[in-house]
Design a binder for this molecule. Structure first.
Ligand code: AP5
Length: 209
């Protein structure tokens, strides 16, 4: 099963990908996480991507992103299937992807700007195991990860001014993918404003068809 999770920043792609990939026993491939990890490691490409692109709310250039994803999909854990969380984000990325793999469904998780801003300004993430917390998923101890006891931090791009830029970029560059995948009969829409468990059930229903 090869799935794409599409939708604006903060709509819950990562939250759902974490849960659905565990249930379906398939890989979770997040390009945003890949870029953050490279920057944390001090990798020059990762640092450049943070300073010039994602830290400002802009997309990382297609050639860099497509190259990273192509390499990632060759890894063994993608053999049984995968969820692409945050890729593709432009038409050239989608065209490159359809040349290398077959996609079963594109799940478009939709939420309003007001909900997105509320969620992202209060999101925290574990700097160690990467688990995501938020208003509806608070940690048991403030600032500490329930799973690994790592420290929780706020992402550089979760400041309100950067969030607004990410939403603007999404509408301009990523939203056209909805029509792209509708035309291919792959698009399925779920309501991202439902409770987390309900969205997961909605996606599982689609994946099991
Ligand atoms: P990326 O990390 O992919 O960021 P994003 O798409 O902006 O999405 P987010 O991770 O912010 O949100 P999400 O939808 O995963 O929501 P989450 O589950 O965390 O990319 C970061 C940057 O990298 C991009 O801006 C770009 O620069 C670059 N990049 C990445 N991919 C690229 C590509 N393909 N091409 C070029 N550049 C690329 O949830 C958010 C919060 O809401 C959490 O706190 C969560 O607990 C809470 N929440 C989730 N669901 C619910 C719910 N149903 N009810 C209540 N709260 C909820």
């Amino acid at each position: 099963m090869n799935l794409i999770f599409l939708g604006p920043p903060g709509t819950g792609k990562g939250t759902q990908a974490e849960r659905i990939s565990a249930e379906l026993k398939i890989a979770h491939v997040s390009t945003g996480e890949m870029f953050r990890q490279l920057a944390n490691e001090g990798n020059p490409l990762g640092v450049e991507a943070r300073d010039n692109y994602w830290g400002k709310g802009n997309l990382v250039p297609d050639d860099i992103t497509i190259g990273l994803v192509k390499e990632r999909l060759k890894k063994d854990d993608c053999g049984k299937g995968f969820i692409l969380d945050g890729f593709p984000r432009t038409i050239p990325q989608a065209e490159a992807l359809e040349k290398i793999v077959k996609i079963n469904y594109v799940i478009d998780i939709e939420s309003s700007d007001a909900i997105i801003i509320k969620r992202l300004t209060s999101r925290r993430q574990c700097e160690n195991c990467r688990k995501i917390y938020g208003i509806d998923v608070p940690p048991k101890l403030e600032g500490i990860c329930d799973v690994c006891h790592g420290k929780l931090y706020q992402r550089d791009d979760d400041r309100e001014s950067v969030i607004r830029e990410r939403i603007r970029v999404y509408n301009l560059q990523t939203k056209p993918l909805i029509e792209f995948y509708k035309a291919r009969g792959l698009l399925r829409i779920v309501n991202g404003e439902s409770p987390i468990g309900q969205i997961k059930a909605d996606i599982m229903k689609i994946a099991k068809k």
